[in-house]
Design a protein. Structure first.
Length: 130
């Protein structure tokens, strides 16, 4: 199985890498390798697999790859599963226990709740790095 791919975006000189989540079979969002050299881009992506994926532009802060896979799988399940009010309350309770503050309007559709949880999770990752 191919663990990652390297590519350039249209009109860009920088190479991007996408790591494949073996749990879902889907690629994670593309990340810039910050280099215009293809061989170096392959080395950077291989290092991410070995050492963890940078959590932000601060390359010294890395999240272990298994943790990235698990989080991606959770987001995938949230996006493909029907969520009722009780499920949403359980999810928000877990996030609040982790110190993530937000409000949820329970009159919203389950799709809106999933988007909110995904956005809040992303914000939480970024705020931990700062």
């Amino acid at each position: 199985m191919r663990r990652f791919c390297i590519f350039k975006r249209s009109g860009q000189r920088i190479f991007y890498a996408q790591i494949k989540n073996p749990e879902t079979g889907k690629y994670l969002p593309a990340r810039s390798t910050g280099t215009t050299d293809k061989s170096e881009a392959y080395m950077i992506a291989a290092n991410w697999i070995r050492d963890g994926v940078p959590t932000s532009k601060k390359l010294s802060v890395k999240r272990p790859l298994q943790e990235v896979y698990t989080l991606d799988s959770i987001i995938h399940v949230l996006g493909t599963t029907n969520i009722d009010t009780n499920d949403a309350l359980r999810i928000t309770s877990i996030l609040q226990d982790k110190g993530i503050q937000f409000s949820v309007d329970m009159r919203n559709s389950s799709a809106s709740i999933r988007r909110l949880v995904t956005v809040e999770n992303y914000v939480a990752v970024e705020s931990q790095v700062s």
